[in-house]
Design a protein around this ligand. Structure first.
Ligand code: ZN
Length: 234
């Protein structure tokens, strides 16, 4: 029952007790004055939810993911190709991340690209630790930018929240399993301006029972999804 209805009923009860409530017979005589309670205005009007399909369905059967680890490139520009080349130069077997999110310099602002590691469900090469837990079971997401110096763009924030919220839901991960690279080893990555808490709290809600992969997210936004095949990388 909303407040306005409840308030009106209280008035009616008060009127009966006071002996001034018109009977149904009398109501045809003239309009019964009604008192409208002020309707409280919500302080915040959320954007209407958007229903989307899970766009990050991998080709291979999923690994047993236990973490999502967030990074920055620590550079002002970058793309899957440029990061891939840099990581090959370090002797790795290609770009170490599963996802890269552009900032408009080298890739679209907020553009999400999934790499061969995600499509093929291969371990990452992004968060070394003594037992390699975070490379073996951590989904590596990197945002282009240096967040020691700048903030992620609005488009990057919307995209990373959408990606993290879908992945959390898909692989039953909790907020505490979404971490920054600096939580794994001594590094500034992903920079002091990176809002890891806000991102780790991102959530997604299944809307229609029996329709797996259909979600409603809090962060509707225009974004582009591109898949980069291993064969397209040198
Ligand atoms: Zn990192």
């Amino acid at each position: 029952m909303n407040k306005a209805v409840r308030f009106t009923l209280h008035l009616m009860v008060a009127s009966v007790l006071a002996g001034c409530m018109p009977s149904p017979m009398q109501s045809s005589v003239g309009p019964v004055p009604t008192v409208q309670a002020p309707i409280p205005q919500p302080a915040f009007r959320p954007t209407p939810p958007v229903v989307v399909q899970n766009p990050w369905e991998p080709d291979a059967s999923p690994r047993k993911w236990r973490h999502i680890v967030l990074h920055h490139t620590a550079s002002s520009a970058g793309s899957v190709e440029s990061v891939h080349e840099a990581h090959i130069g370090r002797g790795w077997d290609g770009i170490g991340y599963h996802f890269l999110i552009g900032n408009g310099k080298g890739m679209g602002d907020g553009e999400i690209q999934q790499t061969f590691r995600w499509r093929e469900q291969i371990h990452g090469a992004h968060a070394k630790s003594p037992n390699n837990e975070y490379n073996e079971y951590g989904i590596g997401i990197c945002l282009v930018g240096n967040f020691e110096e700048t903030d992620p763009s609005d488009a990057q924030m919307a995209s990373v929240k959408r990606l993290v919220s879908v992945l959390k839901h898909e692989y039953q991960l909790t907020e505490s399993q979404v971490i920054a690279h600096r939580d794994v080893k001594a590094t500034a990555c992903p920079g002091k301006n990176f809002p890891i808490g806000e991102i780790s709290r991102s959530s997604v809600f299944p809307v229609l029972a029996g329709q797996p992969g259909t979600y409603v997210t809090e962060q509707p936004t225009a974004f582009q999804i591109v898949t980069v095949e291993r064969s397209n990388l040198r």
